[in-house]
Design a protein around this ligand. Structure first.
Ligand code: 6PG
Length: 446
């Protein structure tokens, strides 16, 4: 009999199975497609002791009770199909774990359905990609505490050490908080990716720097406080070559998404919170894919970019500023969700679990934990002082970008947001008055 079942043996499922097997955990693996299973044991000898099935009945019977079954399939129809299959086959108190990127709203509904069948549920976000999941992912969990107690020993064997010395998994609450925290992680990831990409774009368009030069700057930054996994992989991709030259010369600029950023934006809208950094990062992906609009506009507007200089100290400070604002907005969204939904997600625990194994691991996360009161960020003078000190760098870079027709998604939004929150009076005063005029909305007099 096996200790644990995994459904969905794609790239992430295979990494998870290999990670568990290498720790001596016997896993049963199920995938309805033969292709995923055929060469598994030949390709990965560490899976020798695992049990491989394309028959769901045999798969279920092979797992010792109470069964623990991890689903790693895309959310949507594939996930729905697997959950209804498991509901038919699992027994009282067996544990069903959804380890995919699932919308927290869907995770909540799934929990209710699964509970009504007397099964236990965990909604679990897994970060790290193919390599991270193999070597020690970052795992964010929500759902039945009783289920968590039964699997934590397994998670402690397959995860990495975090900055505070714990293992990189955390239980955030008894409902859909695991998927919520993963969704926030992904929103932060989108902005971090966009900021790096905006910097690359600013440098290349100045006509003074080549990919190798951008990579050199990133490498320099990676040795100081600006270090992050995403910066590191960006510098590798900048210098990657194909048979016909640089990879970046061979690929187009259309960036897709799998939906997690959109969910976070929708949650923020529902809660009335600004996540303008994320909004800008998602917009730039949307614009990148809008070929018709772009080709029409390209033809109408002459694109004759001139050479310009970049002050690298300003650029580094602008980048620092924007990254802080990204986390600041994410913290306030978590805080708002805690208050509105009666949750108790600890921001410091979230940062801790992201500090190793996750895609957003960085020195900034470590610094946020050591230098700031992340759970009460609005009372932290330090962050406001730091932002104020970094602000001139951002203004300098924005000046360069505006004069030279360079769009820098997420940079403008960071300054706009900071200026708005730190201003004692806003333009919305007149909006109050306008609404009062045409809608007879009550006007609030101070
Ligand atoms: C992770 C990532 C991962 C996510 C990809 C793709 O933490 O390992 O967040 O879960 O699916 O980054 O996201 P997009 O396709 O939306 O960019």
């Amino acid at each position: 009999m096996s200790d644990f079942g995994i459904i969905g043996i794609g790239r992430i499922g295979t990494s998870m199975a290999r990670n568990m097997s290498s720790k001596g955990i016997i896993v049963s693996l199920y995938d309805k497609s033969h292709n995923s299973l055929d060469n598994l044991k030949n390709d990965y000898p560490e899976l020798d002791s695992s049990l491989v099935f394309d028959d769901i009945n045999k798969f279920i019977s092979s797992i010792s009770k109470p069964r623990k079954v991890l689903i790693l399939v895309p959310s949507g129809p594939a996930l729905d199909e697997v959950i209804s299959l498991l509901i038919q086959h699992l027994d009282f108190n067996d544990i069903l774990i959804d380890g995919g990127n699932t919308n927290p709203n869907v995770s909540f509904e799934n929990h209710q359905t699964i509970k009504s069948k007397n099964l236990l549920y965990l909604g679990m976000g897994v970060s790290g990609g193919v390599k991270g999941v193999l070597e020690g992912p970052s795992i964010m969990i929500g759902g039945d505490t009783n289920a968590f107690d039964q699997v934590k020993n397994i998670f402690s064997q397959i995860t990495s050490k975090t900055i505070n010395g714990s293992k990189s998994f955390e239980f955030f609450g008894d409902s859909n908080q695991g998927h919520f925290v993963k969704m926030i992680h992904n929103g932060i990831e989108y902005v971090e990716m966009q900021l790096i990409s905006s910097i690359y774009y600013l440098m290349i368009n100045s006509k003074k720097y080549m990919y190798e030069d951008v990579a050199k700057i990133f490498k320099k930054w990676n040795d100081i406080d600006l270090n992050s996994y995403l910066l590191e992989i960006s510098l590798l991709k900048l210098t990657e070559k194909t048979d016909n030259g640089y990879l970046l010369d061979r690929i187009d600029d259309k960036a897709d998404d799998n939906g997690t950023g959109r969910w976070m934006l929708k949650h923020a809208i529902d809660l009335g919170c600004s996540v303008s950094m994320l909004n800008s990062a998602i917009d730039s992906r949307f614009i990148s894919g809008n070929n018709i609009t772009r080709s029409k506009a390209n033809k109408m507007i002459k694109d004759d970019k001139k050479e310009y200089d970049i002050d690298f100290e300003s650029l580094a400070n602008a980048y620092r500023f924007c990254r802080l604002i990204n986390y600041f907005q994410a913290f306030l969204l978590i805080d708002s969700a805690n208050k509105s939904y009666g949750w108790n997600i600890s921001i410091s625990n979230a940062l801790n679990v992201w500090s190793n194994g996750s895609i957003i691991k960085s020195k900034l996360i470590n610094k946020l934990l050591s230098d700031y009161s992340v759970d009460d960020i609005l009372d932290d003078k330090n962050i406001f002082n730091n932002l104020n000190e970094l602000k001139p760098g951002l203004i300098d870079i924005l000046n360069t970008s505006l004069i030279n027709d360079i769009s820098l998604p997420c940079f403008n939004e960071a300054l706009n947001y900071f200026n708005q929150i730190s201003s004692s009076s806003l333009s919305t005063k007149l909006i109050q008055a306008q609404r009062n005029y045409f809608g007879s909305h009550e006007i609030k007099i101070n």
